[in-house]
Design a protein around this ligand. Sequence first.
Ligand SMILES: Nc1ncnc2c1ncn2[C@@H]1O[C@H](COP(=O)(O)OP(=O)(O)O)[C@@H](O)[C@H]1O
Ligand SMILES: [Mg+2]
Length: 259
Amino acid sequence: MTALLEVAGISKRFGGLLAVDNATFSVDAGTITSLIGPNGAGKTTAFNIVSGFLKPDGGGIAFRGEAVEGLEPFEIARRGMARTFQDPRVFPEMSVIDNVVVGVRQKGERPLWAVLRGAEVDAQWKRARERAETILARVGLIDRRNEQASALSFGEQRFLSIARALVGDPQIVLLDEPTVGLDRASFGKLVELMKHLVTDGKKTILLVEHNMDVVMSISEKVVLMVQGGVVASGAPAEVRAHRSMVEAYLGKRHVASGQ
Ligand SMILES: Nc1ncnc2c1ncn2[C@@H]1O[C@H](COP(=O)(O)OP(=O)(O)O)[C@@H](O)[C@H]1O
Ligand SMILES: [Mg+2]
């Protein structure tokens, strides 16, 4: 069976720095795959390449069996890939629900801005709002839907950004450190949400996450990046036991003396 997402030997250079170095990994449909590694390992750069925000210097990406490297972000999004950024990136002056409505993908329909007048526009707005409300209920923000996004706490803005990613009904969602900065209660809610998205929502998640307890408990597969390259990938227990894991997080000297 081919994977939903196949990343084959992608590279990205920033001046003298090889930020992503011939990285290869795959994500199976209906799973959570976690991309881990120390700060600066190239995880966000890899996300940016996969989602079309950066052009790779080399390598290929197949999504649902089709080559997508070099496509624009909106083209990749239209094929069913959504992402969040490390910062929540909501529109602060818009209402919570409007933040989500703007993310509604017009499947096979004319885009909202192309519909000039009449009943059709009302029907489309109604559908978009209903869809946004469903997603807001799912992330626990339905009661806040008419407030300005700026009135939300940092954690709530994080959930709002996830709602925006979900509203287009993507097949795969790329989440870049979604738990960072969350209090304990929101943290727990987010972990549950990710599990539900996969089990009930039939989504696939590619996750960048620093909390190893989360990574090891919810991932089907873990991909370890160090200095731009993938140094280990496989089942959580396999990667946790990998020599590169100790080197990556504790330094090489620890391996020499401690193992
Ligand atoms: N736009 C950029 N220009 C120059 N260097 C960058 C850029 N983006 C990232 N880098 C560098 O590339 C390396 C990988 O960064 P990043 O992908 O953000 O790592 P991670 O997400 O794993 O912490 C880092 O050394 C970072 O400073
Ligand atoms: Mg990052």
